[in-house]
Write a protein that binds this ligand. Structure first.
Ligand code: FAD
Length: 139
């Protein structure tokens, strides 16, 4: 992982012994439609930025491109999750807005949702993840 000025780069070692994965976690303007994901900035620019990163930071790897794709995820304004009970529908609990780092928390999020659904409360400290934090800020 490299946390550079504008982009957080991360990757995975080779699983096929031929290629590695290198990715840049970037925050751009929100998309109106998922189909817009390749427009801002153009894919060619992003590919070149990744190749430059490989040349500069992983000099023993080739910068030859095997495959490229753009993935999108929902970012909350503070990049923390939203885990809460629905304000109007009793018994409905939800977790969303994982901001690109939800996978590693899947087990504890499941536990929290089960607690909320079955017990109506949880011992995990989740107040800072409530949906109302955005309403309070007017965002
Ligand atoms: C490129 C990328 C990199 C990421 N890297 C990391 C990382 O390094 N570490 C990390 O912790 N997290 C990472 N994440 C985030 C993580 O993957 C998500 O936060 C997590 O998967 C969210 O879990 P979820 O169950 O809410 O949604 P999802 O995993 O998106 O699951 C939703 C499921 O619902 C299904 N579905 C959708 N609509 C319907 C429908 N109408 N009917 C039936 N099924 C439906 C979908 O097919 C899908 O299986 C990354 C995400 C992306 C996109």
């Amino acid at each position: 992982m490299f946390d550079l000025d504008e982009v957080f780069y991360y990757g995975f070692p080779s699983v096929d012994e031929r290629s590695i994965k290198v990715a840049g976690h970037c925050r751009f303007e929100p998309l109106a439609r998922p189909e817009e994901k390749d427009l801002f900035p153009p894919a060619a620019e992003r590919v070149e930025a990744l190749r430059r990163f490989v040349r500069e930071r992983l000099p023993l790897a080739s910068d030859q491109l095997a495959r490229f794709s753009t993935c999108i995820y929902t970012m909350t304004p503070d990049e923390d999750f939203i885990i809460d009970r629905h304000p109007e529908i009793s018994g409905l609990v939800f977790a969303a807005g994982f901001s690109g780092h939800g996978f590693k928390f899947a087990s504890v999020v499941g536990e929290i949702l089960a607690d909320l659904a079955i017990e109506g409360k949880t011992d995990h400290p989740i107040n800072f993840l409530s949906a109302s934090r955005f309403r309070a800020r007017g965002s």
